[in-house]
Design a protein around this ligand. Structure first.
Ligand code: NAP
Ligand code: G4F
Length: 349
């Protein structure tokens, strides 16, 4: 009889978020035992993971939820000590760039120092075998000099406290790898979306808004900068990359992207087309408007409150290192992503 392989255990910080839910699904399929860390909130806030466990008792055979918060070093260390996992995925963050202009100190506490608290716990507890994954961000590139695809060697120039905090967390992972030999890896994730995306991120806001306009539930969609360029992938693909990064033979840093660029305006046009809304644009700057050619109503308008004090104009990622060494590549393209987001929205709105 062959030797029984021990089941792997993982802690996911950020289990209730978009990526946490897809990663949990993936790891459960791979027969992991999962411990998710959830902060206390006044509502249950487990919609994205309710299908994975008994949400009233917070348990299932393979999936456990712990109350914790990465602003709290003691509870963070205590959970890691209790579980002593094979893998830790740090997906927890104040993840909204625009909001980081309103709450910079809080953003730095969670997004930067939160990562440090987890790394410190691994070091203090001497968990030599525990691997650490940091959800780093393409926001770290910020102000890019040339509009070429960005890779692991492109310098960082963040444009928000969110970006600054992610640079700190990125370098903290590299530092703990070099100073203490901890297996700490960074996925440099470009934008990724899904039907589970938070409603204030631009893709979800556009899909939700235009579906509701089509159904007659909403009159207008109000946006900010239509000309920012993003590299939008599907969160399901990005969850696979997280797991692959921790299975690689050594810790390293990896760009995860689709290498395709789309403006916010093109995203709006694509969604409108798929919903059979004939949109015509008029005006410039804050006066730019999208008019529904059938009803002649203005259905898209601009409000400067959605502009950022400093914008990241261009993000497109070169994922050739991950493709070559991790054998990772995205399955969904932007159109597939939009298709998935629209069909879920049509069903649920
Ligand atoms: P998300 O939906 O906003 O999820 C963030 C998660 O972090 C949520 O579970 C949230 O809990 C949790 N969290 C926030 N503050 C916490 C705290 N103090 N203690 C413990 N948990 C806390 O973000 P996402 O899109 O899944 O992204 C996952 C990670 O990847 C984030 O670190 C994000 O910055 C990074 N990232 C995302 C993208 C992207 O395009 N999606 C790209 C690059 C990097 P609540 O549910 O209680 O709020
Ligand atoms: O959807 P967004 O808010 O995403 P952003 O700022 O690119 O950040 C996301 O991706 C990062 C990776 O690059 C992550 F690290 C981060 O956690 C987050 O997931 O905005 C995308 C673009 C921006 O240029 C923004 O100015 O869309 C523009 N935009 C235009 N109108 C808008 C709106 N963004 C939002 N949120 N809301 C608007 O009405």
């Amino acid at each position: 009889m062959g030797k029984l392989r021990k089941r792997k255990t993982a802690i996911i910080f950020g289990i209730t978020g978009q990526d946490g839910s897809y990663l949990a699904e993936l790891l459960l399929k791979k027969n992991y035992i999962i411990h998710g860390v959830k902060r206390r909130s006044s509502s249950a806030n487990t919609e994205r993971i309710d299908h994975l466990f008994d949400s009233l008792n917070f348990t299932s055979k393979n999936f456990f939820i712990h109350y914790g918060d990465i602003s709290d070093g003691t509870s963070t260390l205590s959970i890691i000590n209790k579980v002593k996992p094979d893998e830790i995925y740090n997906l927890a963050a104040q993840s909204h760039v625009r909001v980081s202009f309103d709450v910079p100190e809080y953003t730095a506490d969670i997004t930067a120092l939160g990562a440090l608290r987890i790394l410190e716990a691994i070091r203090i507890l001497k968990l030599k075998k525990t691997k650490y994954y940091q959800a780093s961000s393409s926001e770290m590139y910020g102000l890019v000099k040339k509009r070429n695809s960005l890779n692991e060697l492109t310098p960082f120039h963040p444009r928000s406290v969110y970006g600054v905090s992610k640079v700190f967390a990125f370098h903290a992972a590299v530092h703990y790898r070099e100073a203490y030999g901890i297996f700490a890896s960074n996925g440099i994730l470009f934008n990724h979306e899904s039907p589970r995306r938070g409603p204030t991120f631009v893709t979800k806001k556009i899909v939700q808004g235009l579906v509701r306009i089509k159904k007659g539930y909403q009159k207008k969609l109000t946006l900010g900068n239509l000309y920012a360029i993003r590299d939008w992938g599907h969160a399901k693909d990005y969850a696979i990359s997280m797991w692959k990064i921790l299975q690689y033979k050594k810790p390293d840093d990896w760009v995860i992207a689709t290498n395709k660029e789309t403006t916010v305006k093109t995203f709006v046009n694509k969604v409108a087309k798929k919903l059979d809304i004939k949109l015509k644009w008029t005006g410039k700057g804050e006066r730019e408007k999208g008019i529904d050619q059938e009803s002649k109503n203005v259905i898209v308008e601009i409000d400067k409150k959605y502009f950022r004090p400093s914008e990241v104009d261009f993000l497109k990622g070169d994922f050739s290192k991950a493709k070559k060494l991790l054998k990772w590549k995205p399955i969904y393209n932007t159109d597939d992503l939009i298709e998935d987001m629209i069909s879920s929205e049509l069903e649920n709105s």
